[in-house]
Structure formats: structure tokens, C-alpha cells
Design a protein around this ligand. Structure first.
Ligand SMILES: [Zn+2]
Length: 238
């Protein structure tokens, strides 16, 4: 068939590829950004685990100190029992010692619970550290791959752009302008291949006379409804 319409079809294919490259190139920095963000979140979780462990260790230390002080106080009170003069005083002091013992037993329970928490925290921290290490490696690798992809896209983009320029140079300026105008107005689809006398751009019936003109002359004819450029092939079944 005629060269002109084939050239326009090729031009459209190139433009489709160019715009998909453009889209990909735009998406890559967004993907890198999303990965970095996810990694930062992972690091934040690690920091939180570290913080939790520090707090538990500090609390454990405080409680142990408290227990020690209380033991000393109790010892002092035990000693004082020997010096007490009245029965009431003796009873009161005994009660105090008993209360202190109960309180210490509560503190001991708290310390035991903390031991468990510390153990859990240490395990979670180790896990988080591994996760961050792996995440960092993965981030670096994937960033490198994506950056290479950008280089490759740029290279292919240039090749296609050259090819496009060659075709565009061979087209009459008014034809090129017509094509570009339609492509812009018709969301990227300027040239359509008519199938069973229907324009695939707007799904309307194309007059047989127009199809025949395209087939016979190879010149540009527009769909009377959406103004797209019609490309026609002889169809067996028709
Ligand atoms: Zn149409």
C-alpha cells in the first residue's frame, strides 16, 4: 500500500513508544522515593525497638535499686525491734516490716516481668537490625538497577527520537501538523485502521466511498465523525 499512510502509522507507533518511555522515566524516581521512604520507616522501627529495650533496662535497674534500699531499710527496722520499749511500738514496727516485705515481693514480680520483656525486646531488636541491614542492601541494589534502567531508557529514547525525526522530515509539513493536531486532540490516537467499515476511534460506520478512496489513492482521508486519519486494508470477508 501507499507509503504516506504507512509512514504515519510508523510515526504513531514511535510516538506511542516515546510516550511510554517518558511515563516509565517519570515513574522511576517515584519508585526510588517510595523504597527509600519504606526503608526509613524500617529504620524508625529499629530505633523504637532500641528505645524500648533501653527503657526496660533502665526500669529494671531502678527497681533493683529500690529493692536494695528497701532491704536495707528493713534490716534497720529489724535491728530497731530490739530497742523498742513498748508493745504497741513493737507491733507497729512489725507491721511496717511486713508491709515492706509485701511491697518488695511486688517489686520482685515486676522485675521478673521486666526480664521477660527485655528478652523479647532483645530478640525483636536483633530481628529489626537484620531487617534493616537487608533492607539497606536491597535498597542499594534496586536503586542501582533502576538508575541503570533510566540510562537504558534514555539511550532507547534517543534512538527512537532520531528515527522519528527522520520520518517527520520526510512528511509534508501540513501532513505532520495535521497528524500532531489530531494526536493531541484525540488522546494519542491519530491514525486508525478501519475494520469492517468501522472507525475504531469512534466506532462509527465509515462510508464505503471514503474507504475506497483511501484504498485507491493512498491519500489522507479523515473519519467524518472523529476526524482521525483512516488507514484501510483490503478485507477478505467483506
Ligand atoms: Zn472516527
Amino acid at each position: 500500500m501507499d507509503l504516506l499512510l504507512h509512514m504515519l502509522l510508523s510515526l504513531q507507533q514511535l510516538d506511542d513508544k516515546l510516550s511510554s518511555f517518558g511515563q516509565k522515566k517519570k515513574e522511576i524516581p517515584e519508585r526510588i522515593h517510595a523504597m527509600k521512604h519504606a526503608f526509613e520507616e524500617e529504620k524508625k522501627r529499629l530505633e523504637e525497638q532500641r528505645q524500648r529495650l533501653q527503657e526496660a533496662l533502665l526500669k529494671q535497674k531502678q527497681l533493683e535499686k529500690q529493692l536494695q534500699e528497701s532491704a536495707e531499710e528493713r534490716k534497720a527496722k529489724q535491728k530497731k525491734l530490739l530497742d523498742v520499749k513498748t508493745n504497741e511500738e513493737y507491733k507497729a514496727l512489725l507491721k511496717e516490716i511486713e508491709y515492706a516485705k509485701q511491697a518488695d515481693s511486688g517489686t520482685e514480680d515486676k522485675i521478673l516481668t521486666l526480664f521477660e520483656e527485655i528478652d523479647t525486646c532483645e530478640k525483636a531488636l536483633k530481628q529489626a537490625e537484620i531487617s534493616v541491614q537487608e533492607g539497606e542492601k536491597k535498597l542499594q541494589e534496586e536503586t542501582r538497577l533502576l538508575e541503570n534502567e533510566v540510562i537504558e531508557i534514555d539511550r532507547e529514547h534517543r534512538l527512537l527520537q532520531n528515527e522519528r525525526e527522520k520520518i517527520a522530515a520526510d512528511l509534508a509539513p501540513d501532513v505532520l501538523a495535521d497528524y500532531e493536531k489530531i494526536r493531541t486532540r484525540r488522546s494519542g490516537l491519530a491514525v486508525v485502521t478501519v475494520r469492517q467499515e468501522v472507525c475504531p476511534g469512534c466506532h462509527m460506520q465509515v462510508p464505503p466511498q471514503t474507504i475506497n478512496e483511501v484504498l485507491q489513492t493512498g491519500e489522507i482521508r479523515h473519519c467524518p465523525f472523529c476526524m482521525r486519519i483512516l488507514y484501510c486494508e483490503l478485507e477478505e470477508s467483506a
